[in-house]
Unconditional design. Structure first.
Length: 118
């Protein structure tokens, strides 16, 4: 059973915008800090942004000021709004759910490709 599902990737020109969505099952979403990670070819997976159950957010330095993470508890969905995209943002983006109480419960989505190119 798939627990975390991403959508919204694609091809966009430099300077453009995309919004990624990630829907999780209610039992996971309600107890988890939700995050977005990305992995570019030949590089390690890195944290892009995360949002706690209370709405506190943190961002990597490379995306701060350009990306916005948010969560909608009514829809069990977390979003990543990406603006002013750069070619170096090209990567597979993964949604992540980390249970706040049971630290061994970590869920990953299947990933969605974001390509920034002219």
């Amino acid at each position: 059973q798939v627990q975390v599902v991403e959508s919204g990737g694609g091809l966009v020109q430099p300077g453009g915008s995309l919004r990624l969505s990630c829907t999780a099952s209610a039992t996971i979403f309600s107890f988890s800090t939700m995050g977005w990670y990305r992995q570019a070819p030949g590089k390690e997976r890195e944290l892009v942004a995360a949002v706690t159950r209370r709405g506190s957010t943190n961002y990597s330095d490379s995306v701060s000021g350009r990306f916005t993470i948010s969560r909608d508890s009514a829809k069990n969905t977390v979003y990543l709004e990406m603006n002013s995209l750069k070619p170096e943002d090209t990567a597979v983006y993964y949604c992540n759910a980390k249970h706040d109480l049971i630290r061994t419960l970590v869920y990953w989505g299947q990933g969605t490709q974001v390509t920034v190119s002219s």
